[in-house]
Design a protein around this ligand. Structure first.
Ligand SMILES: [Zn+2]
Length: 314
């Protein structure tokens, strides 16, 4: 069955083809970075569950000694999971930040006339230094996302403890208790059902974090080129899943002095921020394709290695 999917960016939404193509590429790659992180998180969850389950087989079940052993293993394992989750999200946000920061400069370069000088921000290498990146991320997101994850994963331990306690006091056998613990973690109960609430929350936080950083990276790139821009514009993904709030923001323009925060507007928001280019800086030929690919362009600035993670070419 063929299904017509609307393009990520409608061709008529942006002033010329080169910009549409560049924005589509950035959106695709940002979604891919998100997806990769989510798949990694799924694998990490499954592995943690396997370790906890294995710990259940070590001692004769349903003694208090057994319960203490399993709970201690679970606490330790969830602690490690926390580190793994943060490392995965940090890697994804870094790729999204770098990709959208330099990607937006690239988009500007291909969307404007050949004679227009686009600022490749002087931060180009500094932004990738760990300490600078940390500062930027802290600035952009505060410690909120970290503590959100902490709360989610601490909650897991409480639920695992409760699952074991309930199973034992019901006099359930090993497999029933294992099922309870698996459900408490939010690990898939069977292949068709997918993941339960716990994992979904972690997934939403990841997606929203990646989108936030991507749009902040874009805004930083626009500010570095404020001489050829009037500001930035809100662009929502217009399809059957778009919410009324995002539709309301769609197409709105914001000057740099505006207090408006760029997307996401809400968890799982798929809106994006595009450059609002001064008309006289635009490429005259609206149908002309980009003169260079992002990969070739980045090579010219020696940024190829840094963008490889985002472009998925590593
Ligand atoms: Zn939105």
């Amino acid at each position: 069955m063929t299904q017509t999917r609307p393009p990520l960016i409608d061709p008529d939404r942006l002033p010329n083809r080169a910009m549409t193509d560049a924005e589509t590429l950035l959106k695709r790659r940002t979604f891919a970075v998100e997806r990769q992180a989510v798949l990694r998180l799924q694998a990490q969850y499954r592995e943690a569950w396997r370790d906890i389950r294995d710990s259940m087989d070590v001692l004769p079940p349903t003694s208090s000694l057994w319960r203490n052993h399993v709970v201690a293993t679970a606490e330790q394992r969830i602690g490690r999971l926390k580190d793994e989750v943060l490392a995965t999200v940090e890697r994804a946000t870094k790729a999204a930040l770098v990709g959208n920061y330099f990607g937006r400069v690239y988009a500007l370069d291909v969307a404007t006339g050949e004679d227009v000088r686009v600022n490749v921000p002087f931060l180009s290498r500094d932004i990738l230094r760990e300490d600078y990146y940390d500062d930027l991320i802290r600035d952009l997101l505060g410690d909120q996302w970290r503590s959100q994850y902490d709360v989610e994963l601490d909650d897991l331990i409480v639920q695992i403890r409760r699952a074991i306690g309930t199973g034992m006091s019901n006099g359930e056998g090993m497999s029933a208790i294992q099922r309870r613990v698996r459900d408490a973690m939010g690990v898939e109960t069977d292949r068709r059902k997918g993941f339960r609430a716990n994992f979904n929350r972690v997934q939403v936080i990841t997606r929203t974090t990646v989108q936030t950083v991507a749009n902040q990276g874009a805004l930083a790139a626009y500010k570095a080129n404020s001489d050829i821009l009037k500001g930035w514009s809100w662009l929502c993904a217009r399809d059957e899943r778009t919410c009324p709030a995002c539709f309301g923001m769609d197409g709105k323009n914001f000057a740099f002095k505006s207090q408006q925060r760029p997307p996401p507007l809400h968890p799982n928001c798929r809106c994006t921020s595009v450059a609002w280019i001064k008309p006289d800086a635009l490429e005259a030929d609206t149908k002309a394709p980009a003169r260079k690919s992002l990969r070739d362009w980045s090579r010219g600035y020696g940024m190829e290695r840094e963008l490889a993670d985002f472009l998925g070419t590593k």
